[in-house]
Design a protein around this ligand. Structure first.
Ligand code: EPZ
Length: 416
């Protein structure tokens, strides 16, 4: 079981390059199932969720050739439509195979992903959306069994703006017969990026990035080349770590427009931000941040995937603030671990009231999920003494070489 050991060592200073976005790469890889032609994808992040979904694709018969951060994936010989539980339980995003398999092959057997640490993670929107497109869906033995000779265009309104449900329906409708209109869609940047990829494959899509998307189905889609956009959450994580350690860093290869709300909150906290089209500089002048209230909500509001990181920042800031988690029902597990480091946090349902401390104390703590791991790393970087973070396999699901990237900016960090 990997551990990361960090000794608080003052401000982070220097530069860091951001990898491709895990949550953009996952639907892009799934979309390769929609065509028998090879797809060339660049800027793939070297994270475990990606290697897991690529193994799952190979299980279905896809051929994958990796070359550094690039890969070619060829789904011309796919000969199975079953995504087994043993694989799906390790990566919930496998649900993204459902739409493409059904659209291209007329059938799909994808294991129900099950919940994860942060919540039950229902998939009812995925299922009712595909039923609206004419699929027959049943749940048997823990599997979603979907059948449709040919999906047909329809109108569907999401109850909640689900990111992966919007992505699933976008991919399925691309090959449906007729026009599909999707309302109350998710607005996350991964959606217009996926739509751009599908259009490059020959799909006809309008409105991606707004709550209303129109898709005119086509009969076949072609292979293409695509570059994964930068990871907005990795960007926000490094910036928050620099803020917590009173540092001064430049994040390169990123897109500031993907995280404007987070940047606004960092400015409210007293950080000085400068930005270009692919870089952001955060400096603190060595000053302690001010506590800021955050409330998670669908994009473009404050992202739930940055909530844990800001909990660490507020634990070290001047004053008190509230952190409200509205997306997932159990995304405060990092609080108990922060409290072991001296953080003063009161939980009241979905609201955490955080009273900032000038310093936290290093301690042995345990990572419970991907973003909780990032929270504990940020707290450990700013704490006095040594922190050992256990179960950091969570971290590797979503961050590429975070320990070496932090060490290059002055952190005293090692993996055991
Ligand atoms: C995506 O998950 C991300 N994952 C999550 O990142 C992210 O936290 C989340 O969006 C919210 O931004 C990927 O993109 C692979 P949702 P997703 O469907 O699509 C409810 C990470 O580790 N809902 O947008 O699964 C659900 O309960 C992950 O990087 C339904 O009710 O999230 C939640 O309250 C963590 N029915 C809300 O919608 C459904 O069928 C948002 O969930 C689907 C979702």
């Amino acid at each position: 079981m990997d551990k990361i050991i960090i000794s608080g060592n003052g401000p982070l200073c220097g530069e860091v390059r951001v990898a491709g976005a895990k949550n953009a790469a996952l639907p892009i890889i799934a979309a390769s199932l929609l065509t028998p032609e090879p797809m060339k994808i660049g800027n793939i992040p070297g994270v475990r969720d990606i290697s897991t979904i690529l193994k799952l694709m190979e299980l279905l018969g896809a051929r994958v050739e990796r070359d550094g951060t690039g890969l070619v994936i060829d789904c011309g010989e796919v000969n199975s439509v079953q995504a087994p539980y043993e694989m799906v339980k390790t990566i919930r995003a496998s649900i993204l195979l459902l739409g493409p398999l059904l659209a291209r092959f007329g059938e799909a057997d994808v294991s129900l992903p099950g919940g994860c640490a942060i919540g039950t993670r229902p998939v009812n929107e995925h299922i009712s959306g595909l039923e609206a497109l004419g699929a027959e869906v049943s749940i048997e033995g823990g599997y979603i069994k979907a059948r449709a000779k040919r999906l047909r265009g329809a109108s569907y309104t999401f109850d909640v703006p689900s990111v992966t449900a919007t992505e699933n329906l976008l991919m399925a409708a691309a090959l449906a017969d007729g026009i599909t209109t999707l309302e109350n869609c998710a607005l996350e940047p991964e959606i217009p990026d996926l739509a751009q990829l599908l259009c490059a494959m020959g799909a006809k899509i309008r409105g991606a990035g707004t709550s209303s998307i129109r898709i005119e189905g086509v009969n076949t889609l072609q292979g293409t080349i695509h570059h994964v956009p930068p990871d907005r959450i990795e960007t926000g994580t490094f910036l928050t770590a620099a803020a917590a350690t009173r540092g001064d860093i430049i994040v390169q290869d990123t897109k500031p427009e993907f995280l404007q709300h987070v940047l606004g909150k960092l400015e409210q906290a007293g950080c000085l931000l400068q930005q270009g089209n692919d870089w952001i500089r955060l400096s603190t002048g060595g000053k302690r941040c001010r506590a800021v209230n955050v409330t998670t909500a669908p994009y473009p509001a404050f992202p739930t995937d940055m909530q844990a990181q800001f909990m660490a920042l507020n634990s070290l800031a001047e004053g008190s603030a509230t952190v409200v988690e509205n997306i997932f029902e159990n995304r405060f597990m990092h609080v108990a671990e922060l409290q072991r480091m001296g953080a003063d946090v009161e939980l009241q349902g979905h609201t955490a009231i955080v009273h900032g401390q000038a310093r936290l104390q290093g301690a042995p703590v345990m990572a419970t999920d991907l973003r909780a791991s990032a929270c504990l790393i940020i707290a450990a970087l700013a704490a006095e003494g040594e922190t050992t973070i256990d179960r950091v396999y969570h971290l590797d699901r979503g961050y590429t070489n975070i320990d070496t990237k932090l060490a290059d900016m002055g952190a005293v960090i090692r993996r055991e």
